[in-house]
Design a protein around this ligand. Sequence first.
Ligand code: SF4
Length: 241
Amino acid sequence: MNTIILDVRDPQYYDDAVVLVRSFFPRIEVVKTDGNEAAGDPVIRHLPQQDSLFVCPEIPDADAGEDKKTRHETFKRELYRALSAFTGKTLPWGYLTGVRPSKIAFAMLEEGAAEERILEEFEKKHLCRDDKARLALTVAKRERQILGMRDFSDGYSLYIGIPFCPTTCLYCSFPSYPIAGHQAQVEPYLDALIKEMRAAADIMSGRRLDTVYFGGGTPTALTAEQLDRLLTALEDIFSSG
Ligand code: SF4
């Protein structure tokens, strides 16, 4: 198959549909159509004489009293079920895309939900596999444990951003540049970063640094020597604070 033609009658659901269709059909082009198909057509069908698939997901009834988040979840769940039935495939994380699954489990734990209830939510609502549901719960429990060790009154957290990656992913929304084309900027960036770390340590003097987060970008896009310089500076600057 070459192309998937996607007909989403309400534009607010279009992005949900594209991401999910691509998860079932990776590397196949997805194009949009303007919705000229007759009502009552099957949600998914092969187009005759073309190497294409036509997907027309059902849109939740906006007057049914559900809030926006629930309507999007309903839309994704129904489209997932249709795609799964059509392809015979399931996805390990169900229809969850673009979210950190442990965040869902974390929020539920914070609200006091029982573990069984959280697992049920992952499996029945988000259509995740049992092992993935359990993984999200395990990670969320560990996150809570770690957060419980933090000093919220006198401690602080540090974020170190490395805005370089081996290549740039098409969907990236982070500040990131392909490192091969920006080699000349890496060392000056590290110089400026270390200067800023010193300034941050001065500002936070008297408080305890209890979390350091490296992000980007891809911190490991740096060479071992560059990472060593950064980590050594981190230790020098903050261990004396
Ligand atoms: S920051 Fe992440 S998503 Fe963005 S280009 Fe780098 S690896 Fe890809």
